[in-house]
Design a protein around this ligand. Structure first.
Ligand SMILES: Cc1cc2nc3c(=O)[nH]c(=O)nc-3n(C[C@H](O)[C@H](O)[C@H](O)COP(=O)(O)OP(=O)(O)OC[C@H]3O[C@@H](n4cnc5c(N)ncnc54)[C@H](O)[C@@H]3O)c2cc1C
Length: 461
């Protein structure tokens, strides 16, 4: 499908500028230092050019250029890849952030969105029409990256993953062709991009299903953490109806103004709750959580759905992390988490527990490239730090805690992985998924042009 790269390693910024409708930023431009950055500010790479593309034709042109020159190709939507896959040392970056078009269908059932939009911008815009699509927990994440990874967020138990609401995508493939992928058109490609991330092409537009959601009962509750509280929270989340999705962050309380001073540095469970069921039943849905103890803060209240995305975390330079799926917490896991949190020297560290099930689990495992639907819980361990010299310490802490919690048994979610070995990427695609993906990679990207990602190598032969 693709021609062999010529490895000339040279690009002309003026030529590229004249070829594209969008903007091209090179090392001599004032905007270069901002344009080469991603969310993790410690990632300091110097691409040959950042192409802020204006549409699928621009994307096709840059893909062709990368093939012709052999330069590394990075694709960036919101720039949240922990591995920094949205930027490149010496390569070309396709930066989709200039593509933020949104076209809501007149019946308000679907919307086409360009992949440079963030999850928060999309949610705010469709929220103005009383509609929503489930994305993640952070507004600044790019809609391109999160959707192709799977998308686990505040509506996961009611409506499933973001990919379960993905109806079609416009994709530019490795040979520069602009194709429409859906159940009817290029169904194999459509299967692969629902969980296979950017391995198969650059998604320029996504058609997403909209749900009628305006008011919800949701927000943050912070409880003193003990094994009983952690297990109680998870048990309540598992027992709740699908209308309730939760995220439990077990961490040491940061010194923030809304947290009482006596709690600073103490173990807390920062829970995010989103109940999209009838408002008059919310009190009984939330009662088991409120019975867990006197909270340090309880901000759960009736809100407009987009408000759940308000507020961003602190600026982060580096993050160590790992994640895995499992069926449930073992009885001693909560105590292990609390013990080991105290042993980390990272500026911020947390173990995030997300109870899954519901609509996510009602889709068969082989329906999409995301194949963890039979697992009831996702465990995500992260340690944030500022000094690159501390990398080994925090990587070791994350790995040690994951081992103590039995990570060996299960693969993880690609969306939360960093730079990984092939074994870890492979484990993220369990069962026959990996081999099917490798076969499709051979068909759609035989030369592995899209390799700056959690890479799925093309099948041999
Ligand atoms: C603070 C934070 C919170 C998060 N919360 C959640 C959450 O609640 N739920 C969840 O599911 N995930 C979550 N994630 C993970 C997140 O979804 C993934 O990291 C995702 O890949 C980020 O997408 P991005 O577009 O912002 O990142 P980018 O760095 O731009 O892209 C990430 C990867 O996707 C590829 N890519 C991006 N856009 C496209 C495209 N249009 N076409 C082809 N390839 C593309 C890139 O090449 C790269 O390999 C979170 C991440 C962070 C850092």
């Amino acid at each position: 499908m693709s021609s062999t790269p010529q490895q000339s390693q040279e690009i002309s910024i003026p030529d590229l500028r004249s070829d594209l409708a969008g903007e091209v930023i090179g090392p001599d431009d004032a905007a270069y230092d901002e344009a080469r950055q991603v969310i993790f500010k410690g990632i300091d790479r110097r691409p040959a050019a950042v192409a802020r593309v204006a549409g699928a034709q621009d994307v096709a042109r840059v893909i062709t250029l990368a093939r012709e020159t052999g330069l590394e190709l990075a694709v960036r939507s919101g720039g949240h890849s922990r591995a920094g896959y949205g930027t490149s040392e010496g390569g070309i970056v396709i930066d989709l952030s200039g593509m933020r078009g949104l076209d809501i269908a007149p019946d308000l059932k679907t919307a086409w969105v360009e992949t440079g939009m963030t999850a928060g911008e999309y949610t705010t815009a469709v929220g103005e029409r009383g509609r929503a699509t489930g994305l993640g927990d952070t507004g600044s994440v790019g809609i391109g990256g999160i959707t192709l990874a799977g998308g686990i967020g505040f509506l996961v138990r009611k409506y499933g993953l973001t990919i379960d609401d993905l109806l079609a995508a416009e994709v530019v493939t490795a040979d520069g062709e602009i194709v429409q992928a859906s159940e009817q058109s290029e169904p194999d490609l459509f299967w692969a991009i629902r969980g296979g991330e950017g391995n198969f092409g650059v998604a320029t537009r996504l058609q997403l299903r909209l749900h009628e959601i305006s008011q919800i009962v949701g927000g943050m509750v912070m409880l003193p953490a003990s094994p009983e509280v952690i297990n109680g929270f998870i048990g309540a989340a598992e027992a709740a109806q699908d209308e309730l999705s939760t995220i439990a962050n077990v961490m040491l309380a940061p010194p923030m103004p809304f947290i009482p001073e006596e709690a600073h540095g103490k173990p807390v469970l920062l829970g995010m709750l989103a109940d999209v069921g009838p408002a008059d039943q919310a009190e009984s849905v939330l009662a088991p959580f409120r019975a867990l103890g006197k909270p340090y803060a309880d901000m759960v209240r009736p809100i407009r759905y987009p408000e759940i995305y308000e507020g961003e975390g602190p600026e982060v330079r580096y993050a160590a992390g790992t994640n895995f799926f499992t069926d449930a917490l073992e009885p001693t896991d909560a105590a292990t988490i609390l013990e080991q949190l105290h042993q980390s020297t990272a500026m911020m560290k947390a173990v995030q527990l997300r109870v899954l099930g519901g609509a996510l689990a009602r889709v068969p495992n082989d329906a999409t490239a995301f194949a963890h639907r039979d697992r009831g819980l996702m465990v995500n361990i992260a340690a944030m730090y500022m000094d690159p010299g501390e990398k080994d310490t925090h990587d070791a802490w994350v790995a040690g805690l994951a081992d103590s919690l039995g990570k060996d048994e299960a693969g993880g979610y690609v969306g939360f992985l960093g730079e990984e070995d092939e074994g870890t990427v492979r484990a993220a695609y369990p069962g026959p998924t990996w081999d099917r993906l490798r076969g499709l990679k051979r068909r759609y990207d035989p030369d592995n042009l899209f390799r700056l990602n959690h890479n799925i190598p093309p099948a041999d032969g």
